[in-house]
Design a protein around this ligand. Structure first.
Ligand code: XMP
Length: 377
């Protein structure tokens, strides 16, 4: 391997003679990922680089961020009207709360029930938003529209694109009632930007189209407002707490925009959604009962496209194989499968087999990210 002129290797490993290269102690290059959670001392390396080598201070605090962001939002939005898609997740909630602080009732939030959420989730989200955010909220039941559009679709990327498109469609229609709307606020966070291969992300290969980054059509005349675009989830949570949002909102486990559609392998049907909802409910129930909710980055189920033979009493059954997935992570760029105690897994498995018709086999996913992704699709 040839080094650039004036660079020397200052650290090496068995596999890489040039793990770290430097020029005059000023320009440093590393050939590994210090930013991912699973790199030992990664944080220390970045800390030394930023504070030691570059001489930067530590000015970022949630309070400073809120103050700066509100100023920037006021400048950007002026007296314009903003709509914001509220999903119930911490990202869009914190984004909406920030925009609301900046421009008050110029903001209207739209919650779209896409028919792909968990059991009774749309109602719960509506209740918490009404209680804690005190914003203008429009609730749109668009479940039929989304489910029809998803009929016969099996390809994950196609599902995402369709969901993104329907989402924008509902948005546009709903916003018509509001007259001229100038801005669309979104809870896009930095990992979405990185993984969606936009120009600024510099990502080398597209992994998945996260629909809040990829799918905005040109014809949409609204300007984007993305106050969290450069934050990671743990920072978003800190900002949420500093804004006074309650734990149920701030520490909600992430839930993907395309919802259960990407946890059902193959075609999405109402029957499969119903089965998956019951399974996810049991997992959440057990996870919360055993105080694992906050420790786990995400815990959920996947309805695999496979069926298997089972037995109940004297009868042969032929039912779905469900995969339980639970991971620990800091920012979803990397993740480790969670070492949930066997007894809890046994309970989850028994309950699913006993309580959910149509499922007769439960497996636990022991794949980390990489090589897997957190979701199966
Ligand atoms: P993956 O599966 O890519 O997931 O390891 C990383 C994190 O992103 C969530 N996820 C999505 N969120 N739209 C979203 O808003 C999507 O299309 C999407 N796909 C995955 C996933 O749940 C995890 O938190």
């Amino acid at each position: 391997m040839k080094l650039p002129p004036e660079f020397n290797a200052i650290a090496s490993t068995e596999n890489s003679p040039t793990s770290v290269i430097a020029k005059e102690d000023k320009f440093i290059g590393v050939q590994f990922h210090p930013e991912v959670a699973h790199t030992e001392y990664g944080k220390t390396i970045i800390d030394n680089f930023i504070h030691g080598i570059c001489g930067c201070g530590s000015l970022w605090t949630p309070a400073n961020f809120i103050e700066d962001t509100i100023k920037r939002l006021k400048n950007q939005i002026g007296s314009g009207k903003v709509i914001c898609g509220l999903s119930g997740g911490v990202d869009s909630t914190v984004a909406a709360a920030l925009v609301h602080r900046a421009v008050g009732d110029q903001l209207t939030c739209i919650f779209v029930d896409n028919g792909l959420m968990r059991l009774e989730e749309p109602e719960r989200i509506k209740d918490t938003c009404t209680k804690y955010l005190k914003i203008n909220l429009k609730y749109v039941d668009a479940a039929d529209q989304f489910l029809s559009a998803l009929e016969n679709i099996v390809d994950p990327e196609e599902k995402r694109k369709i969901i993104g498109k329907e989402f924008i469609d509902v948005f546009e229609k709903t916003s018509l009632d509001l007259g001229q709307v100038d801005f669309l606020a979104q809870g896009t966070v930095y990992p979405d930007v990185i993984e969606s291969q936009t120009e600024e992300s510099g990502a080398s290969a597209k992994i998945k189209t996260h629909h809040n980054v990829g799918g905005l059509p040109e014809k949409m005349k609204m300007q984007l407002v993305e106050p969290l675009r450069y934050l990671f989830k743990d920072e978003v949570r800190e900002v949420g707490l500093a804004l006074g949002l309650p734990d149920v909102m701030v520490f909600r486990q992430p839930f993907p925009g395309p919802g259960l559609a990407i946890r059902i392998i193959g075609e999405v049907t109402r029957e499969k959604l119903d089965i998956l909802r019951q399974v996810e409910w049991i997992i959440m129930d057990e996870v919360k009962d055993n105080n694992l909710y906050r420790e786990l980055w995400q815990s959920f189920a996947v309805l695999t496209g496979t069926k298997s033979v089972g037995v109940v009493g004297d009868h042969r059954t032929y039912g779905y194989v469900v995969a339980v997935r639970a991971v620990t992570s800091n920012e979803a760029m990397t993740a480790d499968w969670a070492r949930i105690p066997y007894d809890i897994l046994a309970n989850i498995s028994n309950r699913i087999a006993n309580e959910v018709d149509g499922v007769n086999r439960i497996v636990y996913d022991i794949t980390s990210k990489p090589p897997g992704t957190i979701e199966w699709e």
